[in-house]
Design a protein around this ligand. Sequence first.
Ligand code: BES
Ligand code: MN
Ligand code: MN
Length: 462
Amino acid sequence: MHQTQAYISSNKKRFLDELLDLLSIPSISADSSYNEHVEKCAKKLSKNLRKIGLSNVEIYSTAGHPIVYGEKIIDPKLPTVLIYGHYDVQPADPLDLWDSDPFNPVIRKTQLHPEGAIFARGACDDKGQMFMHVKAVEAMIASEELKCNVKFMIEGEEEVGSENLAIFVKNQKELLDADIILVSDTGMLANDVPSITTGLRGLSYVEVEVTGPNRDLHSGLYGGCVANPINILCDMISQLQNKDLSISIPGFYDQVINLSMEERNEMSKAPFSHDAYCKSIDINDTHGEKDFSTMERGSIRPTLDVNGIWGGYTGEGAKTVIPSKAYAKISMRLVPNQDPEEITRLFCDHFVSIAPDGVRVRVTPHHGGEPAVTPVDSTGYQAASYAYEKSFGKKPIPVRSGGSIPIIAMFEKELGLKTVLMGFGLDSDAIHSPNEHYGLFNFYKGIETIPYFFESFSQLSK
Ligand code: BES
Ligand code: MN
Ligand code: MN
């Protein structure tokens, strides 16, 4: 991989400029007023795929946002790596909390990124990480050191649940035929502590509506006499957790695969500082399920969190009113072997059952996703481990992550393929938050590490 690495080091500046170009397009999938930009981003990406020498580059339109595809088949007998990523991003709001325009990327130094980091929505999640693969493959093609076939499938709807990608995957099994799926859309422990993600949580997401009286009422005339939907909603939400902060929904834990003490001991070897954790998000203590560590609570345990809650009067000053309705959005992160549909059903039944007389309750499910685990004894993991060791000079630590990428479980189910999650982001990179950023070190290290994966995967597949 000498030629490849030399090519990378002499093209760094251009790689960065091309990424900044992609980051300047507000490809927000959740907000239809940005559809034009999402489309533009797909076009720009497909042009780049063509430019680096891929064939069959195509923008597949879907019922939602398009999927960008491209491939380099050097020899059908060689193993094929299918690279998955997403070019869509989360909405940037609240805009006033950004220190710079989210779609006008700038490079600033931070404590954890002394070499500079790119500040823009999507810098880490996932344009910056997805684009590392495009540039790594460019370098291998240009240096004639590509030893595997490559397919790219970059979608525009990851942040909204990948529903159309799921249909695409089901319908395009032949096109997507491969030996392994490679993804950079997760994180690592620290820039000097490389790690490989070996599991993702699933997701069940619901919206609840509690209705009391048929209209907002004067809180003096009616207060104390009718159920206030906001009071009731708060009470119902607080009932969803037990005193030990486990979740009280009957059946919720029935399918959970509990880790053995041995596996938990292994997990606890990963470096974690309680103080640094608290300090980084300005809290004075952590909070979570009894008898589990923070690392465990955030990865191998399921959760229930209110993501938003609203209703009644929230304008300036005081308005004395009992609202007719109250709402909340609630997410549940799931672990193997919880089934999102089953959990959603359990939630609905339970939530309706705890509603007191005097209110009506409606639960609307949103998109969900299945949890996934990737085995450490697979060829893909071994190749990734080799790659990190080669570029970081240290063996990577396997870690289960708390986030979700719903399509990963589908890859295994529909295509029968294992996934390797080679993430290079840091938890502190503020994905989905104001001031999202991605370290230049991480961007370049990713580009340098990926070719070693290809090298090793082709060797190990022989
Ligand atoms: N890339 C993230 C998921 C992620 C981030 C996993 C960091 C592990 C570490 C992805 O884009 C994402 O945000 N997923 C959503 C789920 C989706 C259904 C909206 C999530 O986890 O909330
Ligand atoms: Mn992502
Ligand atoms: Mn995301």
